[in-house]
Design a protein around this ligand. Structure first.
Ligand SMILES: Nc1ncnc2c1ncn2[C@@H]1O[C@H](COP(=O)(O)OP(=O)(O)OP(=O)(O)O)[C@@H](O)[C@H]1O
Ligand SMILES: [Mg+2]
Length: 335
């Protein structure tokens, strides 16, 4: 069954986009370091700098892990789609200017929905146009901070959720993003190599020798959040096991046990997230997720699709943000 057939029953409605058309990635890494701060609107282009006041309303979900390729952007795409399907107003930030995967996904989604004249369901997306990898300079940092905080505060007022994708490396903007988390989701692939960014583990006893740099950074940003004026107390750190093999193995069990141990020590909750499935990656080019696919007279969900949808429902439930997950999964949401 061709992918496009899945969508043949989408309501015909051209809906307008709230993705900024100027979304593109601007790299400066190879350029000589320039001490001049960029124009304030070059970092986050869609909004103008205005006075922002009042208590924020949005719940901020940050998806982070310094380990590259752990599934952050994939997890973000699915969380965003799930929240949108549940009828929530969602804003998104792509703090990974170098790769811009989330931005690409949202652009692909917009193109697909426009092409098939389907009702457009998108987040208000903020691509970061400036690569902050070289942002060591104090003036630049101050600039980034003011700009980011302004946009967060503004979007928090008229959205239910802000979802933030972060890069697989440590940089100033990523740390700042973590310090705004009400919920931090850390996808971790099922391997001791991936676990090493959370804690160093003794190879014989599997005891924890010391916590690692990513854990230290998260705990630092949790403290930074507490110190921020008018900040709330919530900081739920969820570690999501990703790309789980469908056959149980000794390694899988050992990784699970060690993760639970680290979680008890440093204060995160572990849950089994997504299995290794092609369906989590094959829809990227169309900007879609499995949550956009509906069963119809012509198309039946396979047992693997159903199992994947159950995993996604579990992921959204684990966020504990009051989403009616059953409603989110109902095909009628997309009609
Ligand atoms: N559960 C899964 N099943 C199958 N493939 C997956 C799954 N999760 C992620 N992938 C694939 O793994 C690769 C890395 O995923 P993704 O880009 O989401 O990771 P990332 O943490 O955002 O990476 P980076 O650190 O480079 O930003 C991609 O090819 C993605 O399609
Ligand atoms: Mg990514």
């Amino acid at each position: 069954m061709a992918l496009l057939d899945f969508f043949s029953r989408f309501r015909r409605n051209k809906g307008s986009s709230n993705l900024d058309r100027r979304a593109y990635v601007h790299h400066v890494n190879d350029a000589p370091v320039d001490d001049t701060p960029p124009d304030i609107n070059d970092l986050f282009p869609s909004l103008k700098h205005e006075e922002v006041s009042g208590a924020p309303k949005a719940i901020i979900i940050v998806v982070g892990n310094e380990k590259g390729g752990s599934g952050k952007s994939t997890t973000c795409m699915h969380i965003i789609t799930g929240l949108l399907n549940a009828g929530k107003k969602v804003a998104s930030f792509d703090l990974d200017a170098r790769q811009g995967s989330l931005t690409r996904y949202i652009e692909n989604r917009k193109t697909f929905f426009e092409k098939y004249q389907a009702r457009l369901v998108l987040s208000t997306h903020m691509p970061v146009l400036f690569d902050t990898m070289t942002s060591d300079n104090q003036q630049m940092r101050a600039h980034i901070r003011t700009n980011f905080e302004h946009h967060i505060q503004k979007l928090a007022k008229n959205h239910d959720f802000i979802v933030i994708d972060t890069p697989g490396t440590d940089n100033y903007l990523s740390r700042l993003g973590h310090s705004y988390a009400d919920i931090l989701v850390t996808p971790v692939n099922d391997s001791f190599i991936d676990l090493d960014v959370l804690a160093h583990v003794d190879s014989e006893s599997l005891e924890i020798k010391e916590t690692s740099h990513y854990t230290a950074m998260v705990l630092e940003q949790k403290e930074a959040k507490k110190r921020r004026y008018l900040s709330n107390d919530r900081f739920d750190w969820l570690v999501m096991r990703n790309r789980l093999g469908q056959m149980r193995s000794r390694n899988q069990e050992a990784v699970g046990e060690v993760l639970q141990k680290i979680g008890r020590d440093v204060g995160f909750t572990v849950f089994n997230g997504l299995s290794e499935r092609v369906v989590y990656r094959e829809l990227f080019l169309n900007g879609l997720t499995l949550l956009d696919i509906r069963e119809s007279e012509d198309f039946n969900l396979s047992s693997s699709h159903s199992a994947a949808r159950a995993e996604l429902a579990n992921l959204l439930e684990r966020l504990n943000v009051g989403i009616d997950v059953e409603q989110m999964m109902k095909p009628s949401q997309m009609q």
